[in-house]
Design a protein around this ligand. Structure first.
Ligand code: SAM
Length: 270
């Protein structure tokens, strides 16, 4: 990164292929090509314990798209801070938001070097001033907020997206403080959209999947119950239908609603 925290367009980030990383394992489950043997081994180990993982990950991506569409089209949000971006897949935040509002601004944040490589390509094709990428760790929210303010106007509504990332933040890292610091920076009319793996859906299988993932991957997963996920929205006003499995959040078809997932999600207004 340059001294301002902006992604540079030179040099190659260091990629450790010896151990599984969440961005690449997630890419594997989604059928992508940005993954290595260690990622596929961890992905397969999880799938053996919980065969529904790929469907769950797809249902979460579909929630991401519906949430951004709701925020852009119904809530009128034009600024997005998407933390834990992941490797590009279908319906990335800027694509959905800019399909509704062409000038919508999106700041992506991730700490994975493969995600950074994709961001460099994206930034070369983006409309100037509408997309930025911050190579940063969610566990340092102050730095993220400072860097995001280059592109986003925090005196106006901003939607913070924490999609499928909080289960990678363990209790020792104080996840509620992190989310609280981020939402405290938001103007009235802003939103938080969040999803994370459940500790209380398909409990046994998912717990075994977590144990296998944690023994093979760089990050440690901490699954949470519906009540624990709801606590992330403390002080905010949850929009209907509240904290629900991702496929039940404003499904756009019967097919969507009938999907299976082990992810809780919610969207709330400040
Ligand atoms: C499971 S993927 C989710 C990607 C995308 N949000 C989605 O829902 O499709 C989790 C992403 O969060 C990123 N991540 C995990 N821990 C992080 C941290 N502490 N700081 C920044 N990014 C993090 C990973 O690198 C990965 O890209």
């Amino acid at each position: 990164m340059d001294p301002n925290g902006r992604a540079e367009h030179v040099g190659q980030p260091r990629i450790d292929t010896s151990v599984a990383h969440s961005a690449r394992v997630h890419d594997y489950w989604l059928g992508g090509k940005d993954n290595f043997a260690a990622d596929r081994a961890a992905g397969d180990a999880v799938m053996a314990a919980y065969p529904g993982i790929a469907a769950s990950v797809r249902a979460n991506r579909a929630f991401l798209a519906r949430a951004v569409r709701f925020l852009a089209a119904e809530a009128g949000v034009t600024q997005f801070l998407d933390i834990g971006t992941g490797i590009p897949a279908a319906n990335n935040t800027h694509e959905v938001a800019q399909a509704v509002t062409p000038g919508a601004r999106v700041v992506y944040v991730d700490y994975d070097p493969v995600v950074l490589q994709h961001a460099r390509v994206l930034l070369t094709s983006a409309l100037p001033g509408t997309i930025d990428y911050i190579d940063a760790d969610l566990r340092g929210p102050d730095r993220i907020l400072r860097a995001a303010a280059r592109t986003l106007d925090f005196t106006r509504p901003v939607a913070i997206m924490l999609i499928a990332v909080m289960h990678l933040i363990v209790d020792d890292d104080d996840p509620y403080r992190i989310v609280g610091q981020l939402t405290a920076a938001l103007a009235p009319g802003s939103y938080l959209a969040l999803s994370q793996v459940a500790a209380d859906i398909e409990t046994e299988q998912v717990a075994e999947a977590r144990r296998r993932y944690n023994s093979l991957a760089r990050e440690t997963q901490r699954h949470r119950t519906q009540a624990e996920v709801t606590r992330f929205f403390d002080g905010l006003e949850l929009v209907a239908p509240g904290v629900v499995p991702v496929q039940r959040w404003r499904p756009d078809s019967d097919l969507t609603a009938k999907a299976k997932s082990t992810m809780w999600c919610g969207v709330a207004r400040r």
